[in-house]
Design a protein around this ligand. Structure first.
Ligand SMILES: Cc1cc2nc3c(=O)[nH]c(=O)nc-3n(C[C@H](O)[C@H](O)[C@H](O)COP(=O)(O)OP(=O)(O)OC[C@H]3O[C@@H](n4cnc5c(N)ncnc54)[C@H](O)[C@@H]3O)c2cc1C
Length: 410
């Protein structure tokens, strides 16, 4: 069986940026990418009307690495004959819809290297002369199970939905769904009138506004007292500069956590200030007209959830009053964030050679001497490389660091 030089697992922005970096480096590597979605799409279930990018378009797939790249957002606009019109918008923050179109345009140029509709399910060692010489990658698609061999791999599978324990039982109940499937799941509960959103971060806020616009009655349920704004002020934004990755990485592992913790309010459990103001104004208007359509159930904790024939019954604790109350909804949206552990399960068969999954500065997993393949991780190195790892900020630079490490002889 043919052995590829590189198999990329997942084809989101991270591996797309890497594919571009390898191309622009004139790399002769034989690389293919396996993607479980049936076509390229960037968080398709959260492409809501009115949502915008949370970083500058200059942090696209390439510009920080190669401002003259043909894969830049500006060149995309030029190709679409929208460059002048975009300039007239006077913004650094395109709509998420347009950015998805940009990414899709870039991804299309790698169609020959991508296998869509294939979910990677196993990564196993191939042992020759007592050494792991390469890897066997198994994936499933409508056609069944495929196997491919690779000398090196790069795992860029993004986040997996974080489901609070109280909702684990609803895996097959269409009335409870995570924000990552929001638009397609909402289609399945068309008769719903009353919907609860759990969470108070960016996705919760966006979904609240979207459901409001669609005429639903919505309760936003959160343990927090207030919806907090994401800090995107300029000095804080410097933590997303490429050199800050070195700063975090060069600290001792036990010191990195506090560096990351200090700036969690740039990305976790926070929302854009303008969106928060929009929600506040909307709830205020309810008070003005004496309407009770939506509720902001702050300082409320979910104690239990139960499916009934009519809907979902939530048992809520009011953390301030110390009392409990029941509330009934037709559907529940879990805007409860993501976990970043999916790679661990895929890499489990390689445990004897990979130890504790420590990565070096170039995102390469540190392995024992009898393990030849290079394995890189994108999007799951926040603890060692900082908060930008799960975002787009350093995508262009990271892809250069990885492509160089990949093609170097050691
Ligand atoms: C709604 C939303 C909006 C966001 N907006 C911004 C923003 O404005 N700015 C910003 O910096 N960040 C933003 N982010 C953060 C986001 O993580 C990055 O934008 C970006 O998607 C990271 O790219 P990625 O390729 O690492 O991961 P992903 O985009 O998640 O891509 C991973 C890909 O791997 C595929 N995959 C997963 N498992 C497998 C498998 N086993 N086999 C095959 N394929 C697999 C997935 O289908 C997916 O296509 C946003 C996140 C969300 C959820």
């Amino acid at each position: 069986m043919h052995i590829h030089d590189l198999i990329g697992i997942g084809f989101g922005p991270s591996n797309l940026a890497l594919a571009i970096a390898l191309t622009e480096q004139n790399s002769a590597l034989d690389a293919v990418y396996l993607e479980k979605q049936s076509q390229f799409a960037w968080h398709p279930n959260m492409l809501l009307d009115g949502t915008q990018m949370q970083i500058s378009f200059l942090k696209d797939l390439v510009t920080l690495r190669n401002p003259s790249s043909a894969f830049s957002f500006l060149n995309y606009l030029h190709q679409q004959q929208r460059l002048q019109d975009f300039i007239n918008l006077k913004t650094f923050y395109p709509s998420r819809y347009e950015f998805n179109n940009y990414l899709t345009w870039a991804a299309r140029q790698f169609a020959g290297q991508c296998h869509f509709g294939e979910e990677v399910t196993a990564i196993e060692p191939v042992i020759l002369d007592d050494k792991v010489s390469h890897l066997r990658i198994s994936s499933t698609s409508k056609a069944g199970v495929q196997q491919r061999l690779a000398r090196n791999i790069i795992v860029s599978v993004g986040g997996s939905p974080n489901i609070p324990d109280a909702f684990a039982q609803f895996k097959n109940d269409a009335r409870v769904f995570h924000s990552s499937t929001y638009l397609s799941s909402l289609e399945k509960v068309k008769h719903a009138k009353r919907i609860a959103i759990i969470g108070a971060g960016q996705s919760a806020a966006e979904i609240f506004v979207d459901l409001h616009g669609k005429g639903y009655q919505v309760d936003l349920i959160t343990r927090a007292r207030a919806m907090k704004p994401a800090d995107d002020s300029p000095f804080i934004n410097e933590i997303f500069n490429a050199d800050y990755t070195d700063y975090v990485f060069n600290h001792a592992p036990q010191d990195r956590a506090s560096l990351i913790g200090e700036f969690l309010n740039t990305n976790y459990a926070v929302a854009d200030r303008a969106l928060i103001e929009q929600i506040y104004a909307l709830l205020y208007q309810q008070k003005v007209v004496g309407d009770q359509r939506h509720q902001f159930l702050r300082r409320h904790d979910i104690r239990a959830a139960q499916a009934t024939a009519q809907g979902i019954q939530l048992q809520l604790a009011d953390l301030d009053l110390g009392s409990e109350l029941g509330a009934h909804y037709d559907a529940v949206v879990l805007a409860t964030g993501y976990q970043r552990q999916a790679h661990q399960q895929l890499l489990a068969p390689l445990a004897p050679w990979l130890g504790t999954h420590e990565v070096d500065r170039n995102y390469q997993l540190i392995s024992s001497a009898d393990f030849a393949p290079k394995i890189f991780l994108q999007g799951s190195c926040e603890a060692s490389h900082g908060l930008s790892d799960t975002l787009l900020s350093i995508t262009a630079i990271r892809s250069q660091e990885i492509s160089q490490a990949l093609t170097s002889s050691n």
